[in-house]
Write a protein that binds this ligand. Structure first.
Ligand code: FA5
Ligand code: MG
Length: 439
């Protein structure tokens, strides 16, 4: 497969289409069926030898041992386990406590509040708001309740972080739809951190933030309109989201694309024309009747949307690299203040990247997401991009991949020595964990 992770926006922004069946897969790598890939899960999990651990320790953020989310205490051992059915590294555990969307001075929190303002000022009966629901959810909540088919790629260990076979880190805020509908909420917004195993580049990070919106209609809402419930909801949904886009961006060019999600029909994506490219900012649609039926809303019709906060924030604040959202460097954090939407970020400096190439013969279970997990486990946020630059199969049927790794700190210059040590560790662990043969 000739694949390169794009440096450009359009390629990057159109890549991770979780629920899109058009391409039949979410990421470009081959995937394993759910629960059948224990070797894969094991190789990418916490199966570091103690020597590895020692060597890579100085690149890792310190790991807090207990966090609290929505009143729930979460210990490291509840999340990170050295078992083949667990594929969660410490780097992900540390993200569980961060809650960028609840910081009013952080671009993600500022954006969340601006979206709240839009809904508060346009709807007399306010939307119920949730931003502290625990990101640890069941497979049932994350997938079954929103009708994701049993064999859907998004359920694989390659794409989703599993704590155990029944428990995951939510990969979308849609995981909370069914429960909130069952509790009787008719209009709500859910904001939260979501987790996906993924490739590495300037617009992809294994943790990002989504906001889900749901609105339920009853027959009196659409009966006088002369439309059926579905057409009425679809029109209302589009009006609502076009208004939101104008509220955030001012006058912008936008377009609707028909798409597929298991939980909505019809389904759409909204794209915004920005810096000479079409950028997908959200997925949405009219909720499948089955979801409403199961939640005691049989006679109703509803719409739902899920939008990516980092994508919108990168555009609104001119933030060039998704890793910056996690920076604690004052030169980043001091540039944003509560209520100030769209202040343009001034890069404090751009340190030069350092590129290292690595070639190896892959095996059947090789996936790029697993490769990226190994590299991130060693280099953390010092890795900026992992890009397949060469791919060929020889006469014996062996396939070789060459990856170019870009190392760059957002905050300082890296020394040659430091990068060489990182690269050395990467080579060693890629070989031992992914069982590939280096060339
Ligand atoms: C979903 O996650 C659906 N749950 C959205 C939805 C909700 C549809 C309700 C219908 C009804 P998708 O995987 O396309 O869909 O992600 C939704 C949005 O999240 C994208 O449009 C994008 O803005 C953002 N997003 C997706 N993947 C990434 C990523 N890797 N990095 C940053 N943002 C992302
Ligand atoms: Mg999408």
């Amino acid at each position: 497969m000739a694949v390169a992770i794009g440096f450009g926006q359009s390629a990057a922004f159109s890549k991770a289409l979780l629920f899109l069946h058009r391409s039949g897969r979410r990421s470009f790598t081959a995937f394993s069926a759910p629960y059948s890939s224990s070797a894969t899960a094991a190789s990418s999990s916490s199966a570091f030898s103690s020597a590895d651990k020692l060597r890579s320790q100085k690149w890792r953020a310190p790991v807090a041992s207990v966090l609290e989310r929505g009143g729930v205490k979460i210990a490291r051992d509840d999340v990170v386990r050295d078992e083949p059915t667990n594929n969660i590294p410490d780097t992900i555990f540390t993200k569980l406590g961060q809650q960028l969307h609840r910081r009013n001075q952080h671009p993600i929190g500022i954006l969340k509040n601006a979206i709240y303002d839009y809904f508060d000022s346009n709807y007399e009966n306010k939307f119920d708001k949730f931003d502290d629901l625990c990101p640890i959810v069941t497979v049932k909540q994350n997938f079954d309740d929103v009708l994701v088919p049993a064999d859907h790629v998004s359920r694989s260990y390659n794409d989703t972080y599993y704590i155990d076979p029944q428990t995951v880190l939510r990969c979308h805020t849609s995981a909370h739809q069914a429960e909130l509908l069952s509790m009787g909420h008719k209009k709500f917004l859910v904001t939260g951190d979501v987790y996906r195993r993924d490739s590495i580049d300037a617009t992809h990070y294994p943790v990002f933030h989504q906001m889900e919106g749901v609105r339920v209609f009853s027959p009196n809402d659409w009966e006088l309109s002369g439309q059926d419930g579905t057409a009425y909801a679809a029109e209302d949904l589009k009006k609502c989201l076009e208004g939101l886009a104008r509220h955030l961006f001012g006058a912008v060019e936008m377009r609707w694309i028909d798409t597929y999600f298991p939980f909505t029909d019809p389904s759409f994506e909204l794209e915004i024309y920005f810096q000479e490219k079409w950028l997908e900012v959200l997925g949405c649609g009219v909720t499948e009747q089955e979801i409403l039926k199961r939640s005691g809303n049989s006679n109703n019709v509803a719409w739902a949307f899920g939008l990516g906060l980092e994508r919108l924030a990168m555009v609104l604040f001119d933030i060039p690299d998704i890793r910056l959202f996690w920076s604690t460097d004052e030169r980043f954090t001091s540039q944003f203040s509560e209520g100030q939407l769209g202040v343009k970020f001034k890069p404090f400096s751009k340190f030069p990247p350092c590129y290292k190439d690595m070639s190896f013969w892959i095996n059947e279970s090789f996936t790029e997401n697993n490769l990226c997990e190994v590299i991130r486990g060693i280099a953390g946020d010092l890795v900026e991009e992992v890009c397949l630059i060469d791919d060929f199969t020889n006469k014996k049927g062996m396939t070789s991949h060459c990856y170019r790794i870009a190392y760059r700190s957002m905050e300082r210059s890296l020394t040659d020595e430091e990068i060489n040590e990182l690269q050395w560790n990467v080579r060693e662990q890629v070989e031992s964990k992914l069982k590939v043969v280096l060339r």
